[in-house]
Design a protein around this ligand. Sequence first.
Ligand code: ZN
Length: 388
Amino acid sequence: MRLNLILPKVEPTQFEYPKKCPRNGCPGMRFVPRQEVSKKIVDAQHPEVTAWRCECKKCGHVFRVYPKGVSQKQISKRVNGMAVMLYILGLSYGAVEIVLSSLGMGIGKTSVYRAVQFVAARVPGLKRENMLSGYQTKAVGADVTSVRCNGKWVTVGIVVDAVNGMVLSIDELPGQDAKQLQAWLEPILDAVGADVVVSDDADALKNVSDETGRAQQVCKSHVVRNTESLVEELSAIISAGQDHSLEAIHVTVEQALQDLASLKEMIHSRRPEDQQRLEKIYLRYASARKPARGKKHDVAYRIRNLFMDRWNLWPRLTFYRTWKDEYGDEILDGTNNHCERAIGWWIKERYRSMRGYKQGRSALGISRLIAFAGNNLSRGMNLADLMA
Ligand SMILES: [Zn+2]
């Protein structure tokens, strides 16, 4: 996890006057400073600052104006920012209290909790209903994970820009069947104008791309891993000579081993034109019969299914090879790595050090906050912006 967090500062000489009179309904915009008053604060550098009592010229309402980084509260924004930073980095609320208090900044666990929740609630976008406004991308990566909240598993869906890895949305889902995934994903696809969905090879997400008329790229790393382990397993069974199902469909052991070796080679080169080759091999096994209920699936039937599946999957697996943007660049790498990395860094890494979240709201809020920080890695995430 890499983050770039910018802490708020306290500037005792910079006063920020309100644009409008704070009294409800008063349109006054001019204020007279009446009196300088001192204010004790909890801060790393300034134990005391001055504030101004100001009067609205229109209605006579008197209010205080604080220097930059200070509010009517006792704890400075810098200390609140440090609390949020330490929490994001993995400390518990209580541990943040201990660290800051030992450095002379007295902040209670409850204030740490409030500061974190406040900032998390102000992260812009990253919710399906409220996406980063106007953000557009041609391809999104989608994936689903789960986190434990108050003893129960909560399903969390994440959507990233499949081209640059920017996190677009992190949402709690009622479940992960095709209908639920579609209800979640379709508005996001519409909002960002995406034509392509990148995902792992779970059937539910394949359905979503079909139902919504989007093209799909199935993550090549997943498929390569799965295929390799199946090729290895089936080749070993054939070589052991215990299974006689191939004889029944008149395929020799040598032929079957060669077909599996070809599949392994094709899955690595992923040439779009190999689809016909897969079909041809599939046809060699097409007559393999499904074993009776309760009987173990034999080698011939499993090879038949493996080739049928890869033959059908082929366009979704090799999609990225022929898909180009308007400038003729290939902008997808064929994996869903952006999504997996986002889950690992922004959802799972902070979560690993706890026994689970207490509330679903926190799980989403904290994940969104960290993902938002990740989205702002190059500029840095200014915590003061989220505290204003
Ligand atoms: Zn006023």
